[in-house]
Ligand binder design. Structure first.
Ligand SMILES: Nc1ncnc2c1ncn2[C@@H]1O[C@H](COP(=O)(O)OP(=O)(O)O)[C@@H](O)[C@H]1O
Ligand SMILES: [Mg+2]
Length: 275
């Protein structure tokens, strides 16, 4: 499928993060650009996979400005200016982050939580109400509108957390293991949600981590494997990118899952096992 790449969306260079004096991730370098396909809005879906403890969550906390990198740089597109190639260093709040536990306010209903997410937006009460009601309808949450987190299912809690982040952040969204703990029906819902997000704005980018390799190969157009690299025959004990699969380049993005995708799943699993 024909596509071209334009502005840089995310630029990560020489990134490392240590907790105390323990380096957890190191030598992380990658660039993701905006993808343009004629006739369709193409937001990016970028997946990070890798065994537990390899540093995926740490990388995400750094990418969303929640922790400061020990070395290196993380630049994101500056969507507040008109100029095409403006980049800026990431700060907390620039990028929506849905963490592994998708924590919600205990004392706020779904509606109240979403209204709170819009608190900094210069919109009238009516505009906010309409916007929230539209999201609730699109995401199948109308009936849950006045319920509190402890009255919601896992899938409903998670969708609320995702909408919260859409409402209060710009065009990026980082989700740490959004599919873990969800049943098949909820996984379908989140898949649809991904589609909904990436097809509404050209710059919308979803970055997520997962243990579901098949689903990553189905959904993502770029997949990074985070693992311990082998250096001089010895396995190091910090995480880095050990494999990158560009599904677009392979002509496998935006296509139904087929035999070629199964082959990629095998390659990714092999890379994970050896790192
Ligand atoms: N706040 C922290 N303080 C100290 N060590 C941490 C902290 N968070 C994570 N770690 C360690 O960093 C490593 C990577 O963890 P994490 O980023 O959670 O990996 P993943 O998400 O891939 O499972 C692990 O060894 C973990 O124990
Ligand atoms: Mg994690």
């Amino acid at each position: 499928m024909a596509y071209k790449t334009e502005n840089t969306l995310l630029y990560v260079s020489d990134l490392s993060v240590a907790y105390g004096d323990k380096t957890v991730i190191k030598d992380i370098n990658f660039v993701e650009k905006d993808v343009i396909r004629e006739g369709s809005v193409t937001g990016q879906v970028i997946a990070f996979v890798g065994r537990s403890g390899r540093g995926k969550s740490t990388l995400f906390r750094a990418m969303t400005g929640l922790i400061k990198p020990t070395t290196g740089k993380i630049l994101i597109a500056d969507t507040t200016t008109d100029s095409e190639n403006d980049a800026k260093e990431v700060h907390e709040g620039d990028i929506g982050f849905v963490d592994q536990k998708y924590t919600l306010f205990r004392n706020k209903t779904v509606y109240q939580a979403l209204l709170f997410a819009l608190r900094k937006k210069e919109m009238s009460k009516e505009e906010k109400h309409t916007m929230i009601m539209n999201y609730l309808a699109d995401w199948g949450l109308e009936k849950a509108k006045d319920q509190y987190p402890n009255e919601l299912s896992g899938g409903q809690r998670q969708r609320t957390a995702i909408i919260e982040q859409i409402l209060c952040s710009g065009h990026y969204m980082v989700l740490d293991e959004p599919f873990s703990g969800l049943d098949v029906g909820n996984i379908e819902d989140v898949k649809n949600a991904f589609n909904l997000i990436t097809s509404t704005h050209e710059f919308n980018t979803i970055i997520y981590s997962t243990h579901d390799i098949e689903l990553a190969v189905e959904l993502a157009d770029s997949i990074y494997v985070i693992g311990y690299p082998t250096i001089d025959g010895k396995r190091a004990d910090y995480g880095t990118i050990v494999k990158h699969v560009d599904m677009k380049e392979l002509n496998l993005a935006w296509k139904d899952f087929g035999l070629d995708h199964i082959e990629i799943v095998k390659q990714i699993k092999a890379a994970m096992l050896s790192s």
